[in-house]
Write a protein that binds this ligand. Structure first.
Ligand code: HEC
Ligand SMILES: [Cu+2]
Length: 356
């Protein structure tokens, strides 16, 4: 935060690292969050000091000894305007500053790699696009924008990585998302920060931030041999979805190839974008949104497919480009394309990576 005095900032950052009360700053957003946090702490301290000093000063200056007779004061417009305008200004600064950070936190960059996280009593299940499954662990590369798509299989949970200053609810029945870009390799804590039953306190884990070479190795060594989409392809066949969704001309269900991200017209005339949330709803509760031109014959799969399974089906549908066979073959060592402009000019102070 260069607009704060750099010396003061250095001092604060040093102090933070040696104070075990404070988690390390390990993501791009962390220093920005902390700057706002310290601003709030600072103005609170200034306000508190001012009030305490005035209370003490007034109780001495206007004590009964000095002023045995009470005097009625009718007020001062100048004084009232001052103590209205200054706090108003401070609150507006906090509001605008907070709003800017809020939008940054909840707007993932378009090139972010997506990882699914399913919360359930009492664990975090992580599903990587390459088919790597983890429980209470999350491996991510350093210096890459990572978007998490969260959902809960039972009750409300809240996914929190203090070192990255990110936290987001995992809600039953709805996808939420959060993103971060880790800046320092290492192992960080991962918590559920919403009381979710007896085992809540055990719903903790680790985020492992790795350099890209190590990350590639990890991806290759923890693969199950099938990508998430390929898992979905299997599930699609074993649930007999292909009895209705297929390429035959008289297929009873709509063609799912290329449906992801497209605009669909429902039989009540509404148009919707077929994003992950819509597809999930279409699979679990088809009667809610029948597509125009099709009979509502699709059975409900509510309670028959786990959230992990739904994620696999969505990834499968998302990857269908030409037919119901997945085009791509599993390449576990493949990372999403690097943002070129970013690699060309690393942000000052950002860790640059050397690819092996
Ligand atoms: C009995 C036939 C049938 C089966 C089995 C079936 N579907 Fe459907 N599906 C339909 C029909 C008909 C629609 C369109 C009407 C609607 O939305 O209810 C549809 C709509 C959908 C949609 C919404 C996309 C769109 O263009 O409307 C998705 C996604 C979908 N099905 C996925 C699946 C999956 C995944 C399975 C297996 C778990 C499955 N379906 C099993 C008949 C079926
Ligand atoms: Cu929980």
């Amino acid at each position: 935060m260069s607009h704060i005095s750099p010396v003061l900032w250095q001092f604060l950052a040093k102090w933070l690292q040696h104070c075990p009360l404070f988690p390390p700053e390990a993501s791009t957003i962390a220093p920005q969050m902390d700057a706002l946090f310290f601003f709030l702490v600072l103005i609170s301290l200034v306000g508190l000091t001012l009030v305490v000093l005035l209370v003490v000063a007034f109780s001495v200056l206007y004590s009964k000894n000095r002023h045995p007779k009470a005097v009625q004061i009718e007020g001062s417009t100048l004084l009232e305007a001052t103590w209205t305008i200054i706090p108003l200004g401070l609150f507006l600064v906090a509001f605008v500053w907070g709003a800017l950070i809020y939008f940054r936190v909840y707007t993932p960059p378009p090139n972010a790699m997506n990882i699914y996280v399913v919360g359930k009593q009492w664990m975090w299940k992580v599903e990587h696009p390459g088919g790597q499954h983890e429980i209470d662990e999350l491996h991510v590369p350093v210096g890459r924008a990572v978007q998490l798509t969260l959902i809960s299989q039972d009750v409300f949970h809240s996914f929190s990585i203090p070192a990255f200053r990110v936290k987001r609810e995992a809600i039953p029945g709805r996808y939420t998302s959060v993103w971060f870009e880790a800046t320092k390799p290492g192992t960080y804590n991962l918590f559920c920060t919403q009381y979710c039953g007896t085992g809540h306190s055990t719903m903790i884990g680790h985020v492992v931030v790795m350099k890209s070479g190590a990350y590639r190795k990890w991806l290759a060594s923890s693969t199950s041999g099938m990508s998430l989409a390929q898992d979905g392809e299997r599930l699609f066949a074993s649930l007999s979805c292909n009895a209705c969704h297929n390429t035959r001309p008289n297929a009873r269900g709509p063609n799912l190839v290329g449906v992801y991200g497209s605009q669909l017209t429902l039989d009540d005339g509404q148009t919707v974008t077929a994003d992950a949330a819509y597809l999930r709803q279409a699979i679990l509760d088809p009667s809610q949104n029948a597509t125009e031109g099709y009979a509502a014959i699709m059975p409900t799969y509510q309670g028959q497919i786990s959230e992990g399974g739904v994620v696999e089906l969505i990834e499968y549908i998302r990857n269908l480009t030409t037919g119901y066979r997945l085009q791509e073959t599993l390449n576990t060592t493949q990372l999403p394309p690097v943002n070129e402009s970013k690699t060309a000019a690393p942000a000052p102070g950002a860790q640059t990576e050397v690819n092996p």
